[in-house]
Design a binder for this molecule. Sequence first.
Ligand code: HEC
Length: 168
Amino acid sequence: MTLARPILAGLAAAALIAGSAAAQDKPGPAAAVSEDDGKWQAEDGTPTFHVDADGTVDWYTFSGFRRYHSECHVCHGPDGQGSSYAPALAKSVQNIDYYKFVETVVNGKQEGNLVMPSFGTNKNIMCYLDDIYIYLRSVGSGEVPRGRPAKHADKPASFTEAENACMG
Ligand code: HEC
């Protein structure tokens, strides 16, 4: 089986960061303070959403909306609102930080009968994990309404480059 190198590198980095950030679990403010080719960062450097005055969301929020609904929705419910089986991720991202979020999706989690699968080798999820996180932050904030975003920014060139490198 082949696993693209960027994924392995990314996972190793995520594991390292998760280890070093283990002490502080609460995420910092989600407000976007800086931008790099259409991808926004919060004050603590974690990926976050951005919405223009006219309601246009950044590309990552839109991409995350699509990925969430193809990969996570079945258990976690529409719009990250939760189900009888799995927690509301729009809330989770306000309680656990980015590194814990990534670590949970990579390694999975099990408490009693509830099983969150491990997705560390699933490129359709790992290559878009920031997108999913950014989208969940956006609905969790209440600044972006539930449902498919009506207007979104164009796809940045760096998104396509990273996607091609990750998907191989
Ligand atoms: C097969 C069902 C299933 C799928 C698909 C699934 N999850 Fe989960 N997930 C769960 C369950 C159940 C839990 C609760 C596990 C526990 O508490 O032990 C969970 C927990 C989590 C948590 C921890 C939440 C918290 O508040 O601690 C995160 C983060 C998470 N899932 C992210 C995702 C993402 C992102 C996706 C899509 C890429 C996804 N999950 C897809 C079932 C699923």
